[in-house]
Design a protein around this ligand. Structure first.
Ligand code: NI
Length: 269
């Protein structure tokens, strides 16, 4: 599969689930066509059936190569990022929850969920947008996961899909600075994630990022529908390294904060 086809499928699923992301995209595409994606992020669990390496394998078959590794101590996550030889291809960022660092109850729930994924799905790139195979969802389970890990609860509710797309701010014609992008978003009524400041990262770290707050969408649970935070849209500005090349990696400390864009607590603020 060509990566463009896969990314189109992921984008359609992402914007159907998060109509606000499409609104943001349309707002920017009026004056900045085409919008270049800096990276696309995926979440998963470190179960060997679906871990980072399993998801990455589908991208590696399309020419992606592993580049950086990241440890998120506080969120108990491990992540890797992948790049393609085509500089216009988005980078791919995949994180996994280190489930053994959580309660036995959480580990059992995760295992049961993954047991529901058909073998055929596990072997194909359709896994990347397969959503939740563990239907029906229980709001009680969602809430019990939320107490331990927002990330685990999010995965339980949404499963496999693109967690966020990211606008490459360097390639925007309309704006040069991330602060201008943020002002434009705020002026147009979008809420931004303010955990760790509106802008995560610094020019010295060669990467600045900001993101919208995850839209709350209605999810069907066994006990009835509930509004919960879904996905956000991210913006990244990259700076040159001493060798004159743009930095292509990520910063663990900033990403720790960006992960909070889907926090139930911060989205209520
Ligand atoms: Ni990101």
């Amino acid at each position: 599969m060509e990566y463009q086809i896969l990314f189109n499928t992921l984008w359609n699923e992402y914007t159907q689930r998060n109509p606000e992301a499409l609104k943001v995209y349309q707002l920017f595409s009026q004056k900045n066509s085409p919008i270049i994606n800096d990276h696309i992020a995926f979440r998963t669990f470190n179960d060997p059936r679906v871990n980072v390496n399993v998801l990455a394998h589908f991208f590696e078959k399309m020419g992606y190569k592993a580049c950086g590794e990241y440890h998120f101590q506080q969120k108990k996550l491990f992540a890797k990022h992948y790049e393609h030889a085509d500089p216009l291809a988005p980078k791919v960022f995949i994180s996994e929850l280190l489930t053994e660092k959580f309660s036995q109850e959480l580990q059992d729930i995760v295992k049961k969920c993954i047991d529901c994924i058909p073998d055929k799905t596990l072997k194909s790139e359709t896994l990347l947008y397969s959503g939740v195979a563990w239907q029906p969802l229980s709001y009680h389970v969602y809430q019990s996961l939320l107490k331990e890990s927002e990330y685990a609860a999010w995965m339980y509710a949404f499963g496999f899909c693109a967690n966020h797309f990211t606008v490459n701010v360097n390639e925007l014609k309309q704006f040069n600075e991330l602060s201008e992008v943020n002002d434009f978003l705020l002026k147009n009524g979008f809420k931004l994630n303010t955990s760790g400041g509106m802008i995560k990262g610094t020019p010295e770290e060669c990467l600045e990022q900001s993101s919208t707050l995850a839209e709350e969408i209605e999810v069907k649970f066994d006990e009835g529908s509930h509004k919960i935070p879904s996905c956000y849209y991210e913006f990244a500005k990259r700076y040159k390294l001493a060798n004159g090349e743009l930095y292509t990696g990520f910063i663990a400390a900033s990403a720790d904060k960006i992960f909070e864009s889907t926090d139930v607590k911060s989205s209520k603020m």
